[in-house]
Ligand binder design. Structure first.
Ligand SMILES: [Zn+2]
Length: 546
C-alpha cells in the first residue's frame, strides 16, 4: 500500500491508457508473433482475487511464484539460477515510528515542527532506534556532486554528523537552461534517492529534501502517504547508510532560512550558480525514529533461453510481478489487484518469452526473462539482481523493461521514457517505423519517470535500457481520446482496488503491438553482435564493449 507514484512509473501507466473501445476483448493480429489470447490468459489469472494483489511475503507471492515457474517450465525455458527459477532476495520490513515532532534550535528561537505537517522522516537503517541530536544544519544547495557538469555542492565541506538540507531536482530545471545539466529534463542528480545516496556517501547524519510540487513531480500528500507505515527494504550489503532521511515543505524551509539569520537572500538563485558554496544555517536539529524490524525473503524469478553461439552474452527482459496487496476498502473492495500494474506487463513478458520459444532456432545470444519482486516498494528486486547478478553484468547487452501494457487498443505513437540516453532509441525506432508508428520522447521529462521503474537499476549499473510503449495517440481515435483514457485511469484506478481485469475486458491490440516491438528489439540484439552505447551526455555513460 505504500509507495506508488514515487516508485512506480506513472508515466508508463499513463502511456498505457490509450484508446479505443471499438472492439472489446482481445484484438487479433494475424501477422504477430505475440498472442493476445496468451496475454489475456495470464493477465486474467494473475489479476484475479486469488493472488490477493501479489504483495511480497504474502500468500499471493507464493502463488505468483508457483504460477510463473510452472509457465516458464512449460515453455521449455531453463531455470536461470542454477537448477532453480528462484533468486532469494533478502529483505527487511521496517515499520517506522518517527518522533511526532522535530525541534530545530535557531538564532531566532526553537522551531517546533509536526510530523506530516512540516516534515516527513524515516530511517532506512535496520536498527531499532536512530537518533539525531543537536546536529548542525547546513544548506547544501542541490546536494549534487557531478564532475561531468563541473558541479560539487559538497566541495571543501565536511558534513559528517551534520544535517544537510537540499533542494529537489537539479539546476537545469530552475534555470530552464538547456546548457545546465539537461535543462528541464530531470537528471538522476535531481531525484531524492540520489540526494540521500550522496548525503550518505558524505557521512551526513540526516538529509532533508525541500519539497516543491513542480520540481519534485508530485504533491506533498504523496510524500505523506509514501513515507509512513510499513516499508520493505533490501538488507544492506555494505553501502553507506543515511541514518535519517526526510522531506520538509517549502514553507517550512522558508521559515528555517528566515529563523537562521544566515543572511540568505535569494537562496534558490544562489544554489543554481556553479560557484555556490554551502551555507551553515546556525541551527541545530534533533529528531529520532524508532523502527520495528522483520527480516524475511522474497524472490525474483529468472528463466533463460540459451544462445546458440555466444550464450554468455545476453539480453535481459524485466517485468515486476509484485503489487501492493490488500489495503483500505474502496467501494467494498480491499484487494488491490494491480491488473495493469503489473499483472499486464508480467503477462506480456510471458507472451514474449513464448514467442522466443516458438522460433525454430535460438538466437546467437541468450535471452533472460527476469520477473522481479518489490518494485512497488522501491525497485528492490531489480536492485538486488544488479548487485547480485546471476549472469555477469559485463555480458549483459541491454535491458528491456515492461511496467504496464497499453490496455485500450493500437496506438500511432511509441513513447520512449528516457529518450536520448542510449542507442536503444534507434533500435526501437526502426521497429516502430515498420509498424507504421512514430516515435516521441516522454512529454514530461522533468518528472523523472525514467528513474521510477526497474530498468533504472540496469541503467545505473551501466547497461543501456529501453522503457517504451505506445498510448498517447490512438490508432483511430487520436490524441484527445487517449488523454481522456489516461486521465480516467489515473483518477479512478491507478493503485486502487479498481485496477482489475476479467477475461476479454480490454482490447489488447496495443499490448500485442508493443509486445511485438519489444520482442523484435530484443531479437535483433540477440541475433547480432552489437553493443548498444550510451549517449555522450548521459549520466549513466560508461565505456562499453563495442
Ligand atoms: Zn508498476
Amino acid at each position: 500500500m505504500r509507495s506508488s507514484l514515487l516508485l512506480c512509473s506513472l508515466l508508463m501507466i499513463l502511456a498505457s491508457c490509450g484508446p479505443a473501445n471499438d472492439q472489446i476483448g482481445p484484438e487479433t493480429d494475424q501477422q504477430s508473433t505475440i498472442d493476445s489470447v496468451t496475454i489475456d490468459r495470464h493477465l486474467t489469472e494473475l489479476a484475479s482475487d486469488k493472488y490477493g494483489g501479489r504483495l511480497p511475503f504474502s500468500e499471493g507471492e507464493e502463488l505468483t511464484l508457483d504460477y510463473l515457474e510452472k509457465e516458464l517450465k512449460a515453455l521449455g525455458l531453463e531455470p536461470g539460477n542454477g537448477d532453480s527459477y528462484r533468486q532469494e532476495v533478502p529483505m527487511v520490513e521496517i515499520t517506522g515510528s518517527p518522533n511526532e515532532t522535530m525541534t530545530i534550535q535557531t538564532p531566532s528561537g526553537p522551531l517546533n515542527w509536526t510530523l506530516g505537517e512540516e516534515y516527513m522522516t524515516f530511517s532506512e537503517v535496520a536498527r531499532e532506534e536512530t537518533l539525531v541530536e543537536d546536529s548542525e544544519v547546513i544548506f547544501a544547495g542541490f546536494g549534487i556532486v557531478a564532475p561531468e557538469y563541473g558541479w560539487n555542492d559538497y566541495e571543501d565541506l565536511d558534513v559528517r554528523g551534520k544535517t544537510v538540507v537540499v533542494m529537489v531536482n537539479d539546476p537545469g530545471y530552475y534555470l530552464e537552461d538547456s546548457t545546465m545539466f539537461k535543462g528541464k529534463t530531470m537528471t538522476y542528480y535531481g531525484r531524492y534517492t540520489y540526494k540521500f545516496e550522496e548525503a550518505a556517501r558524505q557521512g551526513a547524519a540526516a538529509c532533508f529534501v525541500i519539497h516543491e510540487t513542480g520540481a519534485a513531480g508530485y504533491p506533498w500528500f504523496v510524500i505523506q502517504s509514501s513515507w509512513s507505515g510499513t516499508r520493505l527494504m533490501l538488507e544492506n550489503e555494505g553501502s553507506p547508510e543515511l541514518p535519517v532521511g526526510g522531506w520538509m515543505t517549502l514553507d517550512a524551509a522558508r521559515a528555517l532560512f528566515t529563523a537562521s539569520q544566515a543572511g540568505i537572500t535569494g537562496w534558490f538563485e544562489r544554489a543554481t550558480r556553479a560557484d555556490f558554496t554551502a551555507i551553515p544555517l546556525n541551527s541545530k536539529l534533533t529528531t529520532g525514529v524508532r523502527n520495528e524490524l522483520r527480516f524475511d525473503q522474497s524472490y525474483n524469478i529468472i528463466a533463460r533461453l540459451p544462445g546458440a553461439e555466444r550464450p554468455d552474452e545476453h539480453i535481459v527482459y524485466t517485468a515486476h510481478w509484485d503489487h501492493i496487496g490488500v489495503g483500505p476498502a474502496v467501494n467494498g473492495d480491499s484487494i488491490y489487484n494491480g491488473a495493469l500494474d503489473n499483472a499486464s506487463g508480467t503477462a506480456q513478458l510471458l507472451a514474449i518469452a513464448e514467442a522466443y520459444t516458438e522460433m525454430e532456432e535460438a538466437p546467437a545470444r541468450s535471452v533472460v526473462f527476469l520477473f522481479v519482486t518489490a518494485e512497488e516498494q522501491g525497485l528492490f528486486g531489480s536492485a538486488y539482481y544488479v548487485n547480485n547478478p546471476v549472469f555477469p553484468l559485463s555480458d549483459a547487452v541491454a535491458n528491456i523493461n515492461i511496467d504496464g501494457i497499453n490496455p485500450f487498443g493500437k496506438a500511432k505513437d511509441l513513447t520512449i521514457t528516457g529518450a536520448g540516453q542510449s542507442d536503444m532509441d534507434q533500435l526501437a525506432k526502426a521497429v516502430a517505423e515498420l509498424q507504421g508508428r512514430y516515435v516521441q520522447a516522454d512529454p514530461e521529462p522533468e518528472k523523472g519517470y525514467f528513474f521510477r521503474s526497474d530498468h533504472f537499476n540496469f541503467a545505473k549499473a551501466g547497461i543501456p535500457a529501453l522503457y517504451a510503449q505506445g498510448g498517447y495517440d490512438h490508432w483511430t481515435e487520436g490524441k484527445e481520446y487517449s488523454a481522456q483514457q489516461m486521465e480516467d485511469f489515473v483518477i479512478n484506478r491507478y493503485h486502487q482496488p479498481a485496477d482489475e481485469y476479467t477475461a476479454g475486458a480490454w482490447p489488447l491490440g496495443g499490448a500485442v503491438q508493443d509486445g511485438e516491438l519489444l520482442f523484435r528489439v530484443g531479437l535483433d540484439l540477440a541475433r547480432g553482435e552489437s553493443w548498444p552505447q550510451w549517449a555522450e551526455d548521459s549520466e549513466f555513460r560508461v565505456e562499453r564493449r563495442r
